[in-house]
Every structure is written in structure tokens, then in C-alpha cells.
Ligand binder design. Structure first.
Ligand code: ADP
Length: 263
């Protein structure tokens, strides 16, 4: 897989990002940065804004104020405003930036009418213009990576939830993202299927240089996979650090209370 040199500057940067729905402030002047190639996990109570961060990065939502930059390029604004200033980003501009980013959702969201191979090749062929033969070759490599080489022709309904999620991971990787967003990817799975999916993700974290931003309730997984854990509460990062410190010796009472409830 792709191995690139790490140029300077964070790959993802949130600068005083506010997201509100009506009067409800979900993200409150949020600052954080993710360096290229890092594995960052967001933990914290339900409703604290973790998924909103991923949805903003996917441009499924727009910021209320503040700036998000991806690889030094602002997500909400683009060049071409009056007097050399930036203007609000068009959908086309946002789509371009979003190509760097893949996301795996809680609900696998596979295309039900397509077999596994087609689920993985559809976007590379139609969006990136990759030749079908080449896309299929790559899809087979990715199915091997996620341990599903024998399911090339299966339909999503013929697969277990864990297998569907592994196809969804292969599908995201087929777009060669620089950033992979993982939104509670094991939450919808039966307990016995969780380990297989997490093993695949551990493998990806080890064997690629993709930057990972994960929201997870699996604290052991967070501990294993992360360089940095961000503890979230009420739309703010209240504590950040390496997993050994956040899990072993948290500074904030709120973090201790949260970990006490989930561990
Ligand atoms: P988490 O991932 O930490 O559980 P979320 O980011 O999903 O939290 O949600 C944060 C808050 O934003 C919640 O209070 C949720 O109800 C609210 N929220 C999320 N999406 C919407 C929406 N489309 N409209 C109104 N409120 C929303």
C-alpha cells in the first residue's frame, strides 16, 4: 500500500469550530489537529459531538462557524471571492477534497442490489475513472486483506453483519483515501463478530499509512490502535494524550468517571 513521506502541517485541523442545531450547541469552539499518518480515537459520552466531527469532515454537515482544513485546504471556503478573498465552497469543490477521505459507518450501507465485487469497484470506476479490470484486481486484493476472498460474488444479504462491515472497509479503501473515518463501526454487530472486524482494522493500521480518525466505544481497541486519544465532553476536547496515559492515569475527573462507567 501507499507509503508517503510526511510533509509538514497537520492533515486535519479544526480551528474554533462551532456546530449548532438551532439553539443547541453541539461543538463549542473546537480546536484539534491530526497529523498525517496518526491514529486518533475520539471517546466520550453519547451525544458529546463525536460523530458530528466525522460528518463535518465528510461534508454531510456544514460548520456554523470556524474553519476545518484538510491538507492545508479549507473545507468550507474556496478561492475566487471578491478582492482575492475566499468564498463559500461549492459542492463540486467539497467533493474534490472529500476524495481524500473515506468513511465506514455504523450501519454498513452496502448497495443491496450489487454483489460484493461490484460494491467495491463501483465508486473507483464511476468516480475515479479507473478501468474495470484494474478496479476488480484491486478489489480482490482488498477482499483478501479483509479475509473475504471467497465472497466475491455474494450479495450483502448473504453475509453476516461482520462480513458486511469488512466489505464496507474494503470499499472505503478502494478509493485510496488518505484519511479513514470510522464511526462506531462495531456498534451494530453481534458481539461474536466484533473481534474479526477489529482485527482487520488493526491490520490496516499496522500495514498502511492511512490517517485514522475513529469514534469507538471499544476501549481495548482504542487502546491498541491509537497514538492519541481525545476525551470529549459537551462538544469540547477535555483531555488528550497517548492511550496509556488517558486510560491509565487520566487527569480529568470527568474522564475518570466516563472510563469507570464503560470499562
Ligand atoms: P456522539 O457521536 O458523541 O454520540 P453526536 O455527534 O451524534 O454525538 O451528536 C451530538 C449532539 O448533536 C446530540 O445531542 C444530537 O442529538 C445532536 N444532533 C446530531 N445531529 C443532529 C441533527 N441533524 N439535528 C439536530 N440535532 C442533532
Amino acid at each position: 500500500m501507499r507509503k508517503t513521506a510526511a510533509p509538514g502541517g497537520p492533515l486535519i485541523e479544526f480551528d474554533r469550530v462551532v456546530k449548532r442545531y438551532g439553539d443547541h450547541v453541539v461543538l463549542d469552539h473546537l480546536d484539534f489537529a491530526v497529523e498525517r499518518g496518526r491514529h486518533v480515537t475520539l471517546i466520550g459520552p453519547s451525544g458529546s459531538g463525536k460523530t458530528t466531527i466525522l460528518r463535518l469532515l465528510m461534508t454531510l454537515e456544514q460548520v456554523s462557524s470556524g474553519t476545518i482544513t484538510v491538507d492545508g485546504t479549507p473545507l468550507s471556503h474556496m478561492p475566487g471571492g471578491p478582492d482575492g478573498r475566499l468564498r463559500p465552497a461549492s459542492e463540486k469543490y467539497q467533493r474534490e477534497i472529500r476524495r481524500k477521505i473515506g468513511m465506514v459507518f455504523q450501519q454498513f450501507n452496502l448497495f443491496p442490489n450489487m454483489n460484493v465485487l461490484r460494491n467495491i469497484t463501483e465508486a473507483p470506476v464511476t468516480v475515479l475513472g479507473i478501468e474495470r479490470d484494474r478496479a476488480e484486481e484491486r478489489a480482490r486484493e482488498l477482499l483478501e486483506l479483509v479475509g473475504l476472498s471467497d465472497k466475491v460474488d455474494a450479495r450483502p444479504t448473504q453475509l453476516s453483519g461482520g462480513q458486511q462491515q469488512r466489505v464496507a472497509i474494503a470499499r472505503a479503501l478502494a478509493m485510496s483515501p488518505e484519511i479513514l473515518l470510522l464511526d462506531e463501526v462495531t456498534s451494530a454487530l453481534d458481539p461474536e463478530l466484533v473481534a474479526g472486524v477489529l482485527d482487520v482494522l488493526r491490520d490496516i493500521a499496522r500495514s498502511t499509512d492511512i490517517t485514522l480518525l475513529c469514534v469507538t466505544h471499544e476501549m481495548n481497541f482504542a487502546r491498541d490502535i491509537s497514538d492519541t486519544v481525545l476525551m470529549f465532553d459537551a462538544g469540547r476536547v477535555i483531555e488528550a494524550g497517548p492511550p496509556e496515559r488517558i486510560f491509565g492515569d487520566p487527569e480529568q475527573a470527568r474522564t475518570r468517571e466516563f472510563l469507570g462507567a464503560v470499562l
